[in-house]
Design a protein around this ligand. Sequence first.
Ligand SMILES: CC(=O)SCCNC(=O)CCNC(=O)[C@H](O)C(C)(C)COP(=O)(O)OP(=O)(O)OC[C@H]1O[C@@H](n2cnc3c(N)ncnc32)[C@H](O)[C@@H]1OP(=O)(O)O
Ligand SMILES: CC(C)C(=O)C(=O)O
Ligand SMILES: [Mg+2]
Length: 518
Amino acid sequence: MTEIKIFDTTLRDGEQSPGVNLNKEEKLEIAKQLERLGVDVIEAGFPASSEGDFQAVKLIADTIKNSTVTALARTKKNDIDRAYEALKNTANPRIHIFLATSPIHREYKLKMDKETVVKTSVDMVSYAKTMFNEVEWSAEDASRTELDFLAEIIESVIDAGATIINLPDTVGYSTPEEYGQMFKYVKENVPNIDQAILSTHCHNDLGLAVSNSIAGIENGAEQIEVSINGIGERAGNASLEELAVLLHIRNDVYGYQTNLVLNEIKRTSDVVSKLTGMAVQANKAVIGRNAYAHEAGIHQDGMLKNSETYEIISPALVGVSSEESNTLFLGKHSGRHAFKDKVKSFGIELTTDELSTAFNNFKELTDHKKEVTDDDIYAILMEIKTDASNIDRYTLENFRINYEQDGQTRAYIEVSHPNGEKTSNEVIGKGSVEVLYQAIQGVISEQTNLLDYQTSSVGGGKDALAESRVQIKINDKRYPGRGTSQDVLEASANAYFNAINRYLMSEDKVTQTTGASI
Ligand SMILES: CC(=O)SCCNC(=O)CCNC(=O)[C@H](O)C(C)(C)COP(=O)(O)OP(=O)(O)OC[C@H]1O[C@@H](n2cnc3c(N)ncnc32)[C@H](O)[C@@H]1OP(=O)(O)O
Ligand SMILES: CC(C)C(=O)C(=O)O
Ligand SMILES: [Mg+2]
């Protein structure tokens, strides 16, 4: 099986992402994690670009033992000297020299003709070769370069000592077919090409970085330049994790192998995201928060029956733990099978009727709340398990709170009584919870005394459930009550009725109906 070398440029091209600025300690932490991940080459930085980057590359070169460490240099003696100074103590140093070859870069940026581009590249590769065994040379903007000129300059730099030839799609312009054809052309038209390894370096401006990298290796490249989380200049580079997992999962199609330790992928992604401050989008392939989450009821049912119905990558393959993978995400589109599975995971037993009620309550909540958390579901289940639903009870049917202009608050409630009758009541006073509770007291026949009242939020987010807890005293006995709702006042009313219903349950009471009949 052909081995594909992984050249990681997170610390060089990745750091060129706008807004990213890593200090040397942060770069070292990422480099150590890249070494654990098993990347073959770590591009640690661009030593001539600043003293800080020089120091970071040096620290990494002095520390990393199991990966080749490389650094970028322009075709300038000073850049090459700085790279050598930074890299000289590493076990296996490599320099990465680049010069643009395309007409637009030659004419407008470099102001060099073809001959000068060839001569400068050859001179600097020869110069670097006096210090480094491994010399990588990149034809910046290769994919927009005339193919015959590309072949000519590649032959010259290989003669000068380049051992790795990188052909970047610098501006992410190529299609996979064009990019693959460029490698094929170079393979067929550069006489000394067998003395060098070909490499891809793809940018994601048109979302083709991964596909183009594959086209490159299918046409002779044996190294791919990639970055963690796909970070890099503009829309970023080909993502390491996507290519690594693609080559693994579809080995039947491609038949390539890498030295990567796949289950280090998630940790590496987390470290890079944290230290660069670049969040990973939720639906990002392989490492996004949603990459292993299934919300649709039909998918969840399939997953419960056989995970391969909807999952081609096992989260564990890339080091995503079962807690992180959030496999069955309960939300608006979930069905009974997944809900039942969640209830089971809490160790809670429900009767068929209770399950039905809990599922309906859950579905109702999903219409109001974007993300239903485990805490939300637990609150629903607890309410059902501790509810006096098997007895005749008070139920809040409707309520309104109005804030009057004179600072007074008006509470209106409609209540079903244990005997099935419905009454209403209206109270004006100060404070919304207070008038609400006064209105409730006005429709029930029991004499209650409120001892304690607390409200807090359950679950996360600004749309979290409110949970209210009360203690009431009836005939010298205390009764706790709990109520949940998205609305704080409704949760408060539910808690009060829950306490009264507990009293009814314990005393087996039949109560008098009060309040205006409706
Ligand atoms: C495709 C890529 O990702 S290439 C890598 C890009 N990365 C970076 O640029 C990050 C680090 N860069 C830097 O810190 C700075 O640009 C430096 C220190 C390298 C140079 O800074 P300055 O000397 O102020 O030059 P500046 O960046 O404005 O312009 C670049 C110069 O390098 C020249 N140049 C560009 N590429 C090369 C090259 N491969 N070889 C030689 N010269 C080059 C440009 O033509 C320009 O030269 P000019 O000043 O004679 O016009
Ligand atoms: C320096 C080179 C390799 C580069 O990053 C590019 O061309 O995109
Ligand atoms: Mg690049």
